[in-house]
Design a protein around this ligand. Structure first.
Ligand code: SAM
Length: 322
């Protein structure tokens, strides 16, 4: 007798050692019955197939529960971000993913000086705050109060992989601290500045949450940093992609010759801000594509190795005329 939730079907019997290759062949030929779960029998794997083939026999398989397709969404901690204002889709997402507590729809693009978005709560707890874990680091975030994007996780790891122990790092536009806390794993210390008090509050929470002892949060306009910070840095992160160019003189002023500036920017063509970069002492520049942002625009990063220039004014970054 067939159990409830089970079904008889034609079965291909493959030795375990070659089972994966057989499965791939069945998928390629479109004959694997994906509504049933393959099963093991001693040293063989039985694959359900849609019709009789030479060598098949009848076998019973467990029926897979079909999960209804969910609306497209991105997950940040316990929050699902939907692309449409779809209330019933949001409820289905929360029902299907028990780790989520809230579903949101972004009413606006990132906007204003603090680069935040406005949201509508579609389902679940009425909050825009959550805890997101990225490569083992816990981030307390609040999407309506301070910018955060999990899409830069790989980029943060790329930078981390190039940090040499002992480095002094400055994050000029640090938000809730994702770059700062990531790079702090390898750097000697990190100064992390932001203009948004809510972002700096979250960053302090994140420093405590992760017991990070080498990140200094600073509530400041990046334009004032040369007056506040002593000395120069080995590496500077500038993640203000909409308009980083006015801050390049500050970054060059605060970076030691031979140090690195990572300047993130939204561009429409290759080399778009190269001219602005070359107004400063530069040893080497490398432009990298990170991801598409909108039609015809992409997120890029310029990795700039700072050159040496004699007679540069410490406070403004302007050249002193002899
Ligand atoms: N680095 C963070 C991240 O990757 O999540 C935040 C990046 S967000 C695109 C840019 C940040 O720069 C915002 O948190 C905003 O508050 C901050 N900001 C904007 N203008 C600033 C300024 N003049 N000085 C310091 N921070 C500024």
């Amino acid at each position: 007798m067939v159990e409830e939730g089970s079904r008889e079907q034609w079965a291909v019997r493959a030795p375990r050692t070659v089972a994966e290759a057989v499965r791939q062949g069945l998928v390629q030929h479109g004959t694997l019955d994906t509504s049933l779960r393959p099963r093991q029998e001693e040293d063989f794997v039985l694959f359900p197939v849609l019709e009789w083939q030479e060598g098949t026999s009848r076998a019973t398989f467990i029926q897979l529960r079909l999960i209804p397709s969910l609306p497209s969404h991105e997950m940040v901690g316990g929050i699902a971000l939907l692309q449409e204002e779809d209330y019933s889709g949001a409820a289905r997402i929360l029902a299907a993913r028990p780790s989520l507590h809230t579903a949101l729809f972004a009413e606006s693009d990132v906007e204003g000086e603090f680069r935040t978005r406005r949201f509508t709560v579609l389902a679940g707890r009425p909050t825009t705050a959550t805890t997101h874990i990225e490569y083992g680091i816990r981030f307390r975030i609040d999407l309506s109060k301070a910018y955060f994007s999990p899409r830069l996780a790989t980029e943060r790891q790329r930078l981390l992989s190039t940090v040499i122990s002992g480095e002094r790092v400055l994050d000029m536009f640090a938000g809730a601290g994702p770059f700062a806390l990531t790079l702090a794993r390898q750097a000697s210390w990190v100064v992390a500045a932001d203009l948004n008090p809510a972002a700096v509050r979250l960053m302090r929470e994140n420093i405590l949450l992760n017991r990070t002892a080498n990140v200094l949060p600073v509530l400041a306009d990046a334009a004032c940093l040369p007056d506040i910070l002593p000395g120069r840095f080995d590496r500077i992160v500038m993640n203000l992609p909409l308009n980083p160019v006015p801050f390049l003189p500050i970054a060059f002023n605060l970076c030691r010759p031979g140090g690195l500036i990572h300047c993130y920017v939204l561009v429409q063509e290759e080399g778009e801000i190269l001219e602005a970069i070359h107004r400063h002492p530069v040893q080497h520049v490398m432009e990298r594509y990170i991801r598409s942002y909108s039609a015809g625009r992409w997120h890029a990063v310029y990795d700039i190795t700072v050159g040496r220039e004699e007679g540069q004014d410490r406070a403004t970054g302007a050249n002193l005329v002899p």
